[in-house]
Design a protein around this ligand. Structure first.
Ligand SMILES: Cc1cc2nc3c(=O)[nH]c(=O)nc-3n(C[C@H](O)[C@H](O)[C@H](O)COP(=O)(O)O)c2cc1C
Length: 388
């Protein structure tokens, strides 16, 4: 081990789970499940490659807890016990490579992409988002209870499938964020209006999971430090949320930001706010300062995501105690083995240029045929074709 990567390759725990290094694969939609959301051999092979590449923790991509929570085609489901066996294959293969795996439980609510759920859409309030433009039905309290139950059942299934932990997707404008954000939550009942009420949906999910599986595996959340909208979540409110979530027993927080409505602001669409374009070193690590703010208020392990591309930045984040882990999505699509290269001193950065040519565009309508080929780095494919 060289002096450059000293802290990056040290062990750190989330709950009781020891993670061999500080490099986390952030949840990434794979577009490789079957049309009904079952795990395929292609998906298992995808995770085998990632685990072989040396990531300490892999967060399995968007896994929908109810059929009406599927944002895109070929997403993985966890809404029925029949999904457990397939999901267990992913956990097993990752464990064989000495990595740990969390499963991200998600529901898209009103943010339904091309080829996603095509029935009635539900959301906290009847407001269409600016990308899908479809009018959702306002959730009744019965809908809320049913969806909370689906998250709890999803966590129990992830535990039964031998995942080391669970992550609630509370970011990027999906359902949990829709409740948290004043931008999308206009309810006047006990689930809206005040911050306390907007937190109720996620807090009831957390309570339900704790009743169902106790503290047997850690429960984390990915949340927005900012929605990047003047009407949405701002840093100060996000910090208050983080403190409440910590108090409720959340074991780790991944700091992210952005909702689809803000993608309109961040033109062109190919660069939604959670996956920003990066053209210079100054643009890297766009949630690092948000994590620094969170660190001043919460003690649970923090994971910071968003445009982190260099070992030097990871070491700084760890040395300055800004966060405990750095997570990456696009770099792992481009170069699944960059952690091994960093550990062996073969490189100190990522090949990924954050061009968002990851085989799909998360906000723009692209052909489903394209999407069905799965997530992959088109930039690298083009480069290798040129070489030949
Ligand atoms: C193709 C693609 C799929 C994604 N899928 C998810 C997902 O399933 N869940 C999630 O929380 N974030 C998802 N994201 C966002 C990433 O996890 C991450 O927050 C964002 O890309 C910024 O990190 P990066 O600069 O390392 O890519 C996705 C991003 C991309 C590019």
């Amino acid at each position: 081990m060289n002096i450059m990567n000293k802290m990056t390759f040290s062990t750190k725990k989330i709950g009781r789970v020891a993670i061999k290094n500080r490099l986390v694969r952030s949840a990434t939609y794979e577009a490789s499940a079957s049309t009904s959301g079952y795990v395929t051999d292609k998906l298992v092979a995808f995770y085998e490659k990632l685990a072989r590449g040396g990531a300490g923790l892999i967060i399995k991509g968007f896994t929908f807890v109810q059929p009406n929570g599927r944002a895109f085609p070929l997403m993985t489901g966890i809404h029925d016990d029949s999904y457990i066996a397939g999901l267990a294959k992913i956990a097993k293969i990752i464990h064989e490579h000495d990595s740990k795996v969390f499963l991200q439980l998600s529901h898209c609510g009103r943010e339904v992409g091309p080829g996603g759920w095509d029935g009635e859409i539900i959301a906290p309030s009847p407001l269409p988002d600016s990308v899908s433009k479809k009018m959702p039905r306002k959730m009744t309290v019965d809908d809320i209870k049913e969806t909370e139950r689906a998250f709890v059942d999803g966590a129990r299934r992830a535990f039964e499938a031998d995942y080391d932990g669970v992550q609630l997707h509370g970011a990027h404008g999906y359902l949990i964020n829709q409740f948290l954000s004043p931008h999308s939550n206009k309810r006047s009942d006990e689930y809206g209006r005040t911050l306390e009420n907007r937190l109720r949906f996620v807090l009831e999910i957390i309570e339900g999971i704790q009743e169902e599986i106790g503290k047997q595996i850690p429960l984390s959340i990915k949340m927005n430090a900012v929605d990047f909208l003047s009407t949405g979540i701002q840093e100060i409110e996000a910090v208050k949320m983080a403190k409440t979530l910590e108090k409720a027993g959340i074991d780790a927080i991944e700091v992210s930001g952005g909702v689809w409505d803000a993608a309109v602001k961040f033109k062109p669409f190919a660069f939604p706010p959670e996956c920003r374009r990066i053209r210079s070193i100054e643009e890297e690590g766009y949630h690092v300062e948000h994590a620094r703010l969170f660190r001043q208020h919460v003690k649970v392990p923090l994971i910071v995501v968003g445009g982190i591309r260099r070992l030097e930045m990871v070491e700084t984040v760890l040395r300055e105690n800004i966060a405990d882990f750095c997570s990456f999505s696009r770099p792992f699509i481009c170069e699944p083995d960059f952690p091994n290269k960093w550990r062996e001193g073969k490189s100190n950065d990522c090949e990924c240029i954050s061009c968002n040519k990851c085989g799909m565009d998360v906000t723009k309508a692209i052909s489903l045929q394209e999407q069905y080929l799965g997530v992959r780095c088109l930039y690298k494919e083009k480069k290798s074709r040129r070489k030949k």
